[in-house]
Design a protein around this ligand. Structure first.
Ligand SMILES: [Zn+2]
Length: 110
């Protein structure tokens, strides 16, 4: 059965995704065997999808990288905050203790 290129081109996306019926698949394959134009069409479709997929993967990788960078930045910030707060608290406690000890136990020189 000879089918027109138009029909095959309509079926190519389905054929490419593997969602057409076996009859359509056989028909497309028979047509592709002798029609270079449709073969090129299918190849272009595969290439385009492959490029899109690669680009999407790159974008996803980039997004993950950015996210982890932001996360690391946040981690560092909260870590610094924690260290700063701890230092201030320890300093305050030491100061209070020092004053307390000074008044109570160390006689003033005057
Ligand atoms: Zn054709």
């Amino acid at each position: 059965m000879k089918v027109s290129c138009e029909i095959v081109k309509d079926l190519l996306p389905l054929y490419h995704d593997g969602v057409c019926s076996n009859d359509s698949k056989t028909m497309v394959e028979e047509h592709l065997a002798y029609c270079d134009s449709c073969k090129a069409e299918l190849k272009a479709m595969v290439d385009t999808l492959f490029i899109n997929k690669t680009e999407q993967n790159l974008n996803e990788a980039e997004a993950v990288k950015k996210l982890s960078k932001r996360w690391k930045k946040g981690m560092l910030k909260s870590l610094l905050k924690g260290v700063l707060i701890t230092t201030v608290v320890i300093a305050l406690v030491a100061l209070v203790l020092y004053c307390f000890m000074d008044i109570r136990f160390v006689p003033k020189p005057y």
